[in-house]
Design a protein around this ligand. Structure first.
Ligand SMILES: Cc1cc2nc3c(=O)[nH]c(=O)nc-3n(C[C@H](O)[C@H](O)[C@H](O)COP(=O)(O)OP(=O)(O)OC[C@H]3O[C@@H](n4cnc5c(N)ncnc54)[C@H](O)[C@@H]3O)c2cc1C
Length: 267
């Protein structure tokens, strides 16, 4: 939709151009969420995509995903030797039921910053122990786990003027075996629950529950838990929510079921 109060679109070329950001000047990435609802408080936007950040960078430490990397770029990222979790990149992109038009503009950073519970990039980066790099408005840098970056339904740790720069997926996580499950009330509906399980080569098991909870919840085990333990732990989560895409009790129930399937798949 048109944002009638926005009279200026600034193209960022360097970090200093981000100093224009504030309570009435927002970051523009793909715009697929920003232009989706009225933003009466905004007078201008600053386009991050003109900063020219490389979308995906492989390092010895893992995979650095620029906040401006699109879902289309991520979905096409080629397999790397030993990266057992590679398929999860594409799997999670499919949990955003936008057409190719949305995939081509929607960014990983925009998805995290929009912080919808059904944010599939939240699911992916939380499940793979992603670390968010934040450029604070005061010029400082801060790193934190994605699980801390998202604080609730549409809320994050960002303050006006802050920018999410990148998310790094550590090498140990991308080398782990991963299983993915997603469920929605209708075949092309927004996700009601998205769960990923991860089994490291050392045998540690991590289940990440998203979609049905207001923020990503992780359950960590030194070794594969029993199905009964995992089920009980999922059912003990308290942060389920209800909206048009599913009731809290349904989300809780299907998440327990999907968690068991994941455990079985990673056996
Ligand atoms: C048809 C359709 C289907 C969709 N389905 C889903 C879905 O299933 N799940 C879902 O989660 N979303 C969905 N969306 C919403 C949206 O497409 C995604 O959340 C998308 O990933 C947002 O990315 P973007 O780059 O377009 O963000 P923008 O729209 O550009 O920005 C989103 C918000 O984040 C802020 N922002 C963006 N990048 C940064 C950054 N690097 N640092 C600080 N702030 C930033 C913006 O100021 C804005 O407030 C859908 C949208 C459409 C149109």
């Amino acid at each position: 939709m048109d944002l009638n109060t926005v009279t200026e679109v600034r193209l960022a070329r360097t970090r200093s151009d981000l100093s224009a950001l504030g309570p009435t000047v927002a970051v523009l990435a793909g715009g697929s969420a920003l232009y989706g609802e009225p933003q009466h408080h905004l007078t201008a936007v600053v386009d991050l995509t003109t900063l020219g950040w490389p979308a995906l960078t492989v390092t010895e430490a893992g995979l650095e995903i620029a906040a401006t990397c699109t879902l289309a770029d991520l979905s096409r990222f080629p397999a790397q030797p030993g990266w057992e979790a590679h398929h999860a990149l594409f799997d999670c992109c499919t949990a955003l039921y936008g057409s190719f038009k949305v995939w081509n503009v929607a960014t990983v950073g925009g998805n995290l910053c929009a912080a919808l519970p059904a944010g599939p990039m939240t699911s992916l980066t939380a499940a793979l122990d992603g670390e968010a790099l934040i450029w604070r408005a005061d010029g400082s840098d801060e790193r934190m786990p994605v699980t801390s970056f998202i604080t609730g339904n549409k809320t994050t740790v960002l303050n006006p003027g802050d920018v999410l720069r990148s998310i790094t997926l550590p090498i140990d996580a991308v080398r782990s075996r991963v299983a993915f499950r997603k469920i929605a009330l209708s075949p092309l509906g927004r996700s009601g629950a998205v769960l990923l399980g991860r089994l490291s080569p050392e045998g540690t098991f991590v289940l990440t529950v998203t979609g049905g909870t207001v923020r990503p919840i992780q359950l960590r085990y030194d070794a594969r838990p029993t199905a009964a333990t995992l089920r009980a732990d999922v059912l003990a989560i308290t942060e389920w929510f209800t909206d048009a895409h599913g009731a809290a009790d349904w989300r809780r129930g299907v998440s327990a079921l999907l968690a068991e399937e994941i455990l079985e798949e990673l056996a």
